[in-house]
Design a protein around this ligand. Structure first.
Ligand code: 6GU
Length: 230
């Protein structure tokens, strides 16, 4: 899968070299390329922002460098493009979106804005080159799209076949079946006065499965009732 990132902080993405996604890159499963938005400027100060029309606080990212960056990426794309602009004003990113993007065969382009945002016309222009998603990772505010893009890249990347070693570990986990994950335990069976639930030591696979499902439902009711059907 091909993923491009456009950012004024390319070093933020150095951590993609390590861990699971780093190995997937080395194995040629994930091809992630990070671009510095300032490389698409032409003035001496490599300016990427300007004051907002209509006034107000903060700066807005100028459209011209974005247009050139998106054009450069589109020019050598071989798969359909999806432009993802991380934004607290976007639709909330979910496991369903991660699954859909991972299975789509699309080339993902993350456009990371800073300051008060990107000139709105950039989204309209991107829509002439591919699909456009404005996507939030939750109801809180970050300083820019970089951390959100990283979260989405990891969520999507680990669903690409071969990235996660054991595909079964992708199935039994929080959100995949619409419920939170059941609690896990390992040895020792007794630790500092806390015991592993007896049912897990029983060897009855059916009872273990029933107990885990009950735990999933109970936890989801307690912590995330919004995930349960009415
Ligand atoms: Cl995607 N961007 C920013 N700046 N803040 C956020 C976010 C994204 N998602 C939640 N908060």
């Amino acid at each position: 899968m091909r993923i491009d990132v456009v950012t004024i902080f390319p070093a933020f993405f150095d951590v993609l070299e390590v861990s699971l996604l780093g190995r997937a890159r080395d194995a040629g499963i994930l091809d992630v390329r990070v671009h510095d938005l300032r490389d698409f400027t032409h003035d001496r100060h490599r300016t990427v922002d300007d004051t907002p029309y209509g006034g107000g606080a903060g700066m807005v990212m100028k459209p011209e460098p974005w247009g050139q960056a998106l054009d450069a990426i589109a020019a050598d794309a071989t798969e359909p493009l999806r432009f993802v602009f991380p934004s607290p004003a976007g639709a909330v990113f979910t496991q369903a979106a991660a699954r859909s993007w991972a299975a789509s065969g699309e080339h993902l382009v993350f456009g990371c804005g800073r300051y008060e945002g990107i000139d709105e016309r950039v989204f309209s222009y991107a829509a002439t080159l591919g699909e456009v998603s404005l996507t939030s990772i939750g109801d809180y505010v970050l300083n820019g799209g970089e951390v959100a893009a990283m979260a989405m890249i990891e969520a999507v990347g680990r669903l690409i076949p071969g990235v996660v070693g054991n595909p079964e570990s992708l199935i039994e986990e929080s959100h995949e079946d619409g419920l939170l994950e059941y609690p896990s335990f390992t040895k020792p069976a007794a630790w500092r006065g806390y015991d592993v639930p007896d049912v897990l030591l029983s060897g009855h696979h059916g009872r273990v499965a029933d107990w885990r499902r009950e735990q999933q439902i109970e936890r989801t009711r307690a912590r995330r009732p919004d995930l349960l059907p009415d």
